[in-house]
Design a protein around this ligand. Structure first.
Ligand code: HEC
Length: 129
């Protein structure tokens, strides 16, 4: 085979590998397979409203709710940064006001459901570690 032939072959193999694995596959996360609902029955009314009217509607447009619900993001700063990335995704219909309410809900919820992780990360953030 001529040198060019090898190049063509190499590129074809790489392309096939790429297509079969990471490059074109939709990203998934381990938390996608966890629970996809939150029991908000004991949450304050405003949190209940944000859960039902915003979070459950807006954050389900592209992936299941299990993804944010079981995520290891807990701090308000983490949710603030990450939801900014989400609203920039093509087709995300989430206003800035809606995004802020969702961030409030997610960080409140983390303090309730993921308290140990929240406290650990909050202490690390405060101590600069
Ligand atoms: C327009 C589509 C879209 C919308 C709307 C959307 N997401 Fe996502 N989300 C994605 C994609 C795509 C990924 C995969 C990661 C990537 O490609 O950046 C993702 C990944 C995630 C992850 C996994 C990151 C991690 O490391 O845990 C979380 C959490 C998340 N989204 C939360 C949210 C929340 C909260 C909302 C609602 C405010 C939301 N998403 C709305 C498209 C979207």
């Amino acid at each position: 085979m001529r040198p060019l032939g090898y190049w063509v072959l190499a590129v074809a193999v790489l392309y096939a590998l790429c297509a079969a694995t990471v490059c074109f596959a939709k990203k998934t996360f381990p938390w996608d397979s966890g629970p996809a609902t939150i029991d908000v029955s004991k949450y304050p009314q405003q949190m209940k409203d944000t859960y039902t009217k915003l979070f459950s509607v807006k954050c389900k447009q592209c992936h299941t709710l299990a993804r944010p619900i079981n995520s290891t993001y807990v701090l308000q700063t983490e949710w603030d940064a990450y939801t900014k990335k989400m609203v920039r995704k093509p087709g995300a219909k989430i206003s800035e006001a809606e995004r802020r309410l969702i961030v409030g809900f997610l960080s409140y919820d983390a303090k309730v459901r993921k308290k140990a992780l929240y406290d650990k990360k909050a202490a690390a953030a405060a101590g600069g570690a």
